[in-house]
Design a binder for this molecule. Structure first.
Ligand code: ZN
Length: 315
């Protein structure tokens, strides 16, 4: 079950995007699909005798031409023995980056969508003296401020998902900057809050033509002439935007509005956030990156004739 055989890579305007995996892990089907009955989800995703599905751990590498950006750092190698019993500890990200010619020192920027252990695990490692140090020594790290505040005092329900060693040392040293949502990290790379999975999870939007605005809301507030000139309204324009939507839509099996994970703290917000996302991602043909899909790390989403959402290949 090796998901590293094929390199997933695409060009988005000036940027080159690649997916690197930290491996796969077993995830209970009920946890993965929430209130969706197994008779429905098992048509899309296989489960073993213990009801475990296979979840991926996809990081997105963006080469802008000037800088190298890593979105999400997988599960890492610091899980407790108890957590290893549930999840294993695939810990393949650094090897896979290395096989793709990327050394930890090459990473200029790391962005975490949220601070659950399976999204920021390789932010840090233990050195040979047992001290927690940044895995990517030169990188500036970014994470949502609301996530970090929440992670200080999580609820009993999800306390197990937060491992302070993944972020507290970076915040304390000043290497991690906390974001409120809406910030531009680099020209063409911005973050935006999509509540649901957690209150403050942020998607990472990548616009491969940073000189042209692509993220602005295109509501009725804009003048007709501005909308007419909007290049995204012209069919056949080159694809320009990708979005790491993280646990809002973790796999291609979760693209239906009501198919959320049972981990989601605010399931009704998940549905509202998905609607808000699709309102832009579908007409603008965004590339959606799926954080936990072991087979399809990215796709373009569109409704079929019956209105059911489908994922279309982008490579
Ligand atoms: Zn999560």
């Amino acid at each position: 079950m090796c998901h590293t055989e094929r390199m997933h890579r695409l060009t988005l305007g000036d940027f080159e995007l690649s997916v690197f995996s930290d491996g796969t892990y077993p995830l209970d089907g009920g946890a993965f699909f929430g209130v969706v009955p197994k008779v429905m989800w098992s048509k899309k995703v296989a489960a073993d005798q213990s009801n475990y599905c296979t979840a991926g751990l996809n990081s997105l590498l963006i080469r802008t031409g000037k800088q190298t950006v890593l979105v999400e750092t997988g599960m890492g190698n610091k899980l407790s023995d108890r957590m290893v019993k549930f999840y294993g500890q695939p810990a393949q990200l650094l090897d896979n980056l290395s096989a793709g010619g990327v050394a930890p020192e090459d990473i200029d920027i790391v962005i975490n969508s949220h601070l659950h252990f399976d999204h920021c695990g390789w932010n840090t490692v233990r050195d040979k003296h047992g001290k927690i140090v940044p895995t990517f020594p030169r990188a500036k790290y970014y994470a949502p401020a609301g996530e970090w505040r929440y992670a200080r005092r999580p609820s009993e329900r999800d306390a197990i998902s937060y491992i302070a060693e993944n972020y507290d040392p970076l915040v304390e040293s000043g290497q991690m900057t906390l974001l409120e949502g809406g910030e531009e990290i680099l020209p063409g790379i911005t973050v935006e809050t999509f509540p649901g999975h957690t209150a403050s999870m942020q998607a990472i939007l990548v616009n491969g033509h940073p000189e042209e605005p692509a993220f602005a809301e295109r509501g009725p507030g804009r003048s007709p002439s501005a909308r007419r000139q909007d290049p995204m309204r012209v069919s056949g324009v080159p694809r320009r935007t990708a979005c790491y939507i993280s646990d809002l839509i973790p796999t291609t099996a979760h693209i239906d509005l009501t198919w959320g994970m049972s981990f989601d703290l605010y399931p009704l917000d998940t549905i509202a956030s998905k609607k808000r996302y699709y309102a832009r991602a579908i007409p603008q043909k965004w590339v959606t990156v799926f954080t936990h899909d072991p087979e399809t790390p990215w796709a373009s989403l569109e409704p079929d004739e019956s209105g059911k959402m489908i994922a279309k290949g982008v490579e």
